[in-house]
Design a protein around this ligand. Structure first.
Ligand code: NAI
Ligand code: MG
Length: 500
């Protein structure tokens, strides 16, 4: 190193140290989103045939805010009779109105719903965050806009089905029974309802028991939109309510997103019936970083891939594969970045990691963390303090993990990342594919040829290159193997609701 180079290197070191100290001492003033504009009723009934009706079961359950542990509202629990009412309303609406309305009229209703979601975006975002615990930044910038976009996108297809599927005479299936999870409550409702309506089906939808509020707000919005009665019915409850929808003889199509265990139960339940089915289940995605990748960008992508939405993402990049020669450098940068992540009040606009969705889920994550420690992996957590109330988890890394570890092969659904290293592309492809899941993956490299080589060999429904967790209504999403089958989004998402 000559004198000049030496000087430059010393200056760079100094600057790096300065930025590290500034980073550490940097405090953000709290910036909580206001909740005053939001109306949450003390009690919600079932949305059947265009009206809110009391459950025949006479039962209600509480939905709580996972960040404060406070009760937000009481929610009706639909029993078999209630589900039967909802399915009858949907069947009636299908036979008498919805299938007879011209396709371009159907499109108008779907557009209207999209526009109304945009108009009430702030309210939806705040309620999503209160009920589910995700940071307001995400519900505001991702969940709600994407939900509106799904309605816009499918509204556009409603009167063009003959062009989408030429010479096949595409026809609707009838009543769609749709069951959704708690990680993207409004967005999953949009993913399910929009293509079903665009193709001329009617709907009975059940949101998850821990996050029913935005689906019920959507029911209010649908009522205001003037959509004919019974076209969309929203019934709340637990797994039993979901099972009643799946098993109802007048349901023609079942669409489910949730755990692989429940997916298997549902698949067995519809076997031997004429019901059409799509399952979008768990995942354990590999995020693969080669030594020619832009490291800082990759670190952001890794953080976004696993800590985004507390790791409550079926396509979360929960397994990190780093090429051996850059592993030490990348891990150091990743640990540094983790230190700067803000964990806490999800309504605060600065928060990066909000509350874990429920106490049960937090316990599950904590159990996996102790399994990881017992399996001999090296744990690293950021030093942040957690709030006293609510369900929170520190962003967690496990180093020195191997294929035989449970934390590497099982879905944790929390902010926990298992790190492995690799030397060659063949080795990483084999390791990444060696898993029962196949939903998504990520690859970071400067070389287009490596991207194509890898994407053609990965058994994953979605592969992101030099980015992670990007969604668009036009691109199909879904998995291989135990991650389920069928695609949602794009043209593929339409065909799941049609006979062609
Ligand atoms: P879950 O699969 O039990 O719940 C998903 C939905 O299915 C909820 O609406 C639930 O009420 C309903 N349901 C439950 N049992 C049913 C049945 N027998 N028939 C019909 N519907 C039924 O998921 P859970 O228990 O909330 O989470 C457990 C694990 O599942 C998580 O830790 C995570 O690993 C995984 N999961 C995966 C999701 C994904 O997007 N792939 C979403 C949520 C959870
Ligand atoms: Mg809740």
């Amino acid at each position: 190193m000559n004198q000049k180079e030496n000087r430059i290197s010393k200056t760079e070191k100094k600057l790096e140290n300065v930025s590290k100290t500034v980073f550490k001492d940097w405090k953000y003033a709290p910036s909580p989103e206001s909740t005053e504009h939001v109306k949450i009723a003390p009690r919600y009934d079932l949305f059947i045939n265009g009206k809110f009706v009391k459950p025949e079961s006479k039962k209600y359950f509480d939905t709580v805010s996972p960040s404060t542990e406070k009760k937000l509202s009481e929610i009706a629990e639909a029993g078999e009779k209630d589900v039967d009412k909802a399915v009858s309303a949907a069947k009636n609406a299908y036979d008498k109105t919805w299938r007879k309305i011209p396709a371009k009229e159907r499109a108008k209703y779907i557009y209207r719903i999209a526009r109304m979601i945009q108009e009430r975006a702030r309210e939806f975002a705040v309620i999503e965050t209160m009920d589910g615990g995700k940071p307001i930044r995400e519900s505001r910038d991702i969940d709600v806009p994407l939900a509106a976009n799904h309605f816009f996108y499918y509204a556009g297809w409603a009167d063009k089905l003959d062009y989408a599927f030429p010479k096949t005479n595409p026809r609707p299936l009838g009543v769609a029974g749709q069951i959704i999870p708690w990680n993207f409550p409004l967005l999953m409702a949009a993913w399910k309802i929009a293509p079903a309506l665009a193709t001329g089906n009617t709907v009975v939808l059940k949101p998850a028991e821990s996050t029913p509020l935005t689906a019920l707000k959507l029911a209010e919005l649908i009522q205001d939109s003037g959509l004919p009665e019974g076209v969309v019915n929203i019934v709340t409850g637990f797994g039993k309510t979901g099972a009643a929808i799946v098993n109802h003889p007048n349901v023609n199509k079942v669409a489910f997103t949730g755990s692989t265990d429940v997916g298997k139960i549902i698949q067995k339940a519809v076997a031997g019936t004429s019901k059409k089915i799509t399952l979008e289940l768990g995942g354990k995605a590999a995020n693969i970083v080669f030594d020619d990748a832009p490291i800082d960008q990759a670190v952001e992508g890794i953080v976004n891939g696993i800590f985004f939405n507390q790791g409550h993402v079926c396509c979360a990049g929960s397994r990190l594969f780093v090429q051996e020669n850059i592993a030490a450098n990348l891990i150091e940068k990743l640990k540094e970045r983790m230190e700067s992540l803000i964990v806490g009040d999800p309504l605060d606009k600065n928060t990066d990691i909000g509350a874990i969705n429920s106490k049960e889920q937090l316990l599950k994550i904590q159990e996996y963390i102790s399994i990881g420690i017992n399996e001999g992996a090296e744990i690293h957590q950021s030093s942040c303090a957690l709030p006293n109330k609510g369900f929170f988890c520190k962003p967690t890394l496990f180093l020195n993990t191997s294929q035989s570890h449970r934390i590497v092969t099982e879905e944790i659904f929390g902010p926990v990342l298992a790190v492995q290293t690799f030397r060659t592309i063949e080795e990483v492809i084999e390791k990444a594919n060696n898993i029962p899941y196949g939903l998504s993956a990520g690859v970071w490299t400067d070389k287009g040829s490596k991207i194509f080589h890898l994407t053609s060999k990965m058994r994953a429904g979605v592969v992101w290159a030099n980015t992670y967790n990007k969604f668009d209504p036009a691109s199909p999403f879904g998995g291989y193997k135990e991650s389920g089958f069928g695609r949602e989004g794009g043209l593929h998402g339409l065909s799941a609701y049609l006979t062609i």
